[in-house]
Design a protein. Structure first.
Length: 434
């Protein structure tokens, strides 16, 4: 029996069992289907003219970052919570309607990072990075987990481990700061900063490891970039091969230094930053922060600053783009596809998780922004691309956490508050809408 005949027999025999068995019986040559129809209301979010969305999955357990295989299969990092263990999940749409009708839980270790590189699926848990071997067309990994880097700090603040893996075999991991501003007494009013800040030795930066080796620890890594308080949004731009990140700025300027900052200033400062990282770069945390109003880094109050003094901050790198304070950038993706209009091609999308500490001003963020690439670089201009995540009452019903460009040019947005994943498509004539 020749191959085409065998395939027809297989399909006929297994059609009624496809949903239950898809993870094990996938055609290794399966390709992503045509674009599905959009939801009438784009799943409740607002997009620019010509764009629409379908809900891939809802009611997931705190989905963080996502990765999309060449055939459209989706891998999702699920963060742990008080009521669940989180883990790693694989999703597949077998009907072509855009909704994932097959779900396979790969493990139950919660985390934020997930990345596909070659035959490997990498998972960034809070305390380790592990990998699984994938087989073309098969949803569930065929082996793993193997620990690539273990023994990472998981206690204290900013423990999320987003990962970026390059084709050359570099593994980049965010090591967030365990504190707000490296004070002698964390988040306490008037407490001075530790100088030098000992937290920078193994935190508050990006570390590089060998993605091809297993059994590594912190001692095997090299610090690639320093002075980054917490870089949950981390990505390599395939157009220039450079590493980029969007940084969470520090908190509590007024609460800890009421004589220097008003409540309004504390709500607006400091900027969230989009940066490009070269090896050896230092972005100044905790000694300095970026003031988007003045357009420069200024000395932090824990180190003698008064909101205007620059001092040693001239030693550190500036951002490409400065966003409003406390929006919390959690996802970054560069758009390589050609489904979206030309102005989006080569640009960057950033998912903002939304603020919690801008009172008495309204809480802000909860959106996905677009930063065009112009003249070979990014910024300073940017625009809101997707919004409406907070719901009618503005209570943060959904909080964007991950953003990923799929191989067909669709854009996937995940939300770890409402447990939803959207697939955004460009349909200028409304084709395929229900």
């Amino acid at each position: 029996m020749d191959r085409p005949t065998r395939r027809l027999v297989f399909v006929a025999a297994s059609l009624t069992l496809w949903t239950a068995c898809a993870a094990d019986s996938a055609d290794p040559h399966r390709v992503a289907p045509a674009l599905p129809a959009c939801a009438p209301d784009s799943g409740g979010i607002t997009l620019p003219e010509g764009f629409c969305a379908v809900v891939v999955a809802a009611d997931l357990e705190r989905p963080r970052h996502t990765a999309v295989a060449d055939n459209g299969d989706l891998y999702v990092a699920l963060n742990s919570s008080r009521t669940g263990s989180g883990g790693l999940m694989a999703l597949r749409d077998t009907t072509g309607d855009g909704r994932a009708d097959v779900r396979v839980r790969i493990d139950d270790h919660g985390g934020t990072g997930v990345e596909i590189q070659g035959e490997w699926l990498y998972s960034g848990r809070n305390d380790a990075v592990v990998r699984y071997r994938l087989e073309p067309g098969r949803l569930e990994p065929v082996s793993g987990p193997e620990t690539v880097v273990g023994g990472l700090r998981a206690e204290g603040g900013h423990a999320a481990k987003p990962v970026e893996v390059t084709p050359e075999g570099d593994l980049f991991i965010n090591m967030g700061s365990p504190s707000n501003a490296c004070q002698r007494e964390d988040r306490q009013s008037g407490s001075p900063g530790k100088d030098p800040c000992d937290e920078r030795e193994q935190n508050a930066g990006i570390w590089r490891f060998d993605a091809r080796r297993t059994g590594q620890t912190m001692a095997d890594g090299q610090r690639f970039a320093a002075g980054l308080r917490n870089t949950v949004a981390l990505a390599r731009n395939p157009l220039d091969g450079e590493l980029y990140g969007a940084i969470h700025g520090r908190d509590q300027l007024h609460q800890n230094w009421p004589d220097l900052y008003t409540v309004e200033e504390s709500a607006e400062l400091p900027a969230e930053e989009l940066v490009r990282m070269d090896e050896g770069d230092d972005f100044g945390w905790p000694y300095c922060y970026y003031d988007q109003r003045q357009g420069s880094r200024v000395l932090a109050p824990e180190y003698g600053g008064d909101g205007r003094e620059v001092g040693r901050c001239t030693e550190f790198e500036d951002p490409l783009v400065a966003f409003p304070g406390h929006w919390a950038p959690n996802g970054l993706a560069f758009y390589e596809g050609d489904q979206f209009p030309e102005r989006y091609q080569g640009g960057a999308f950033i998912a903002f998780h939304g603020s919690w500490n801008r009172a008495p001003l309204p809480q802000e963020g909860y959106n996905v922004v677009f930063v065009p690439r112009e003249g070979g670089t990014f910024g300073p201009d940017w625009e809101v691309f997707a919004e409406g995540f907070r719901g009618a009452e503005g209570e943060g019903d959904h909080r964007p956490t991950g953003v990923t460009a799929g191989p067909d040019g669709s854009l996937y947005i995940s939300d770890d508050a409402g447990g939803t994943i959207w697939r955004v498509m460009y349909r200028p004539e409304g084709a395929g809408r229900r």
